[in-house]
Design a protein around this ligand. Structure first.
Ligand code: 5RP
Length: 267
């Protein structure tokens, strides 16, 4: 692996583990709850995250360019929750812009099993071809939108493997039962998104811990962090699982202790 690629991946995944903070949801669903002002939402969470996942629009509008936090740039879009088909995406951002914005990685969605499977996989191949020239890793995002109905190991393993075969350096997917089948069939690091908010923070800690035990290298968790009434407390607890190998019990203790402190109360 070339120096630049290796260096970017090591910044994104210190010690081989990662906690990305996604705030890209607006690109297809508008001002998502608690993400109306993404800069304000993400600011107190940044000490716990290894990177921010966002579009160029939010990056320019809401993230301080003096920040040293690595950026994973969301570079697919052009469909919305009120449109005909969420899977009908295009590449939105040129390689020049990815470089200009000093992104550490570029991320796009693939929609395997949909009417737009081929187009989204072509987007992935094109992006990989462009990014590899500059040592920029591509993160493929599997199973979003309606694809969430297929949140089971057989489908997610298939989607992750295909994304890796086409050149993704990292694959983002969802936790599911038998997660080891997803991770072990994928030759590149797999990270987990959170999906819609769980009923309790304990549930979040449990699935994250389970996925990491079964081969995931990290998380890209948005709504289960910033839609929580205690976003800093859950972020701190998740970081302990990801980077310090905390047990669910230890992480839950961190969550409970942190949420009591005044500084973490949500505005
Ligand atoms: C949306 C995304 C998000 O980054 C991803 O779904 C993670 O966020 P959440 O934990 O809220 O699901 O790719 O398109």
């Amino acid at each position: 692996m070339d120096w630049g690629m290796k260096n970017r991946l090591s910044q994104l995944m210190p010690g081989g583990r990662c906690f990305f903070m996604p705030i890209d949801h607006g690109y297809f669903q508008g001002p998502t709850r608690c993400l109306e002002k993404p800069g304000e939402t993400v600011e107190p969470l940044l000490p716990y995250a290894d990177a921010i996942f966002c579009t160029r629009g939010v990056l320019r509008a809401a993230i301080d360019p003096l920040s040293s936090k690595p950026i994973v740039l969301r570079v697919s879009g052009c469909s919305s929750v009120v449109g005909k088909d969420l899977a009908n995406e295009e590449l939105t951002t040129s390689i020049t812009e990815i470089i200009r914005l000093n992104a550490s990685a570029a991320g796009l969605s693939v929609f395997i099993g949909t009417d737009y499977e081929k187009e989204s996989l072509k987007n992935l191949s094109t992006l990989v071809n462009e990014c590899e020239d500059y040592g920029i890793p591509v993160m493929a995002v599997t199973a979003v939108g309606r694809e969430l109905e297929k949140r089971e190991a057989r489908y997610l393993a298939l989607a992750c493997r295909i994304a890796a075969e086409l050149g993704a350096r990292v694959v983002k997917t969802y936790w599911c039962e038998d997660f080891e089948k997803v991770a072990c069939g994928c030759p590149v690091p797999v990270i987990m998104a959170g999906g819609p908010r769980c009923e309790t923070e304990l549930e979040v800690l449990e699935f994250v811990h389970d996925g990491l035990q079964k081969g995931a290298v990290g998380i890209n968790l948005g709504r289960n962090v910033w839609q929580s009434p205690h976003p800093v407390a859950i972020a701190k607890a998740l970081r302990a699982i990801v980077h310090d190998n905390a047990s669910v019990k230890q992480a839950h203790e961190i969550f409970k202790a942190t949420k009591k402190t005044k500084s973490t109360a949500k505005a």
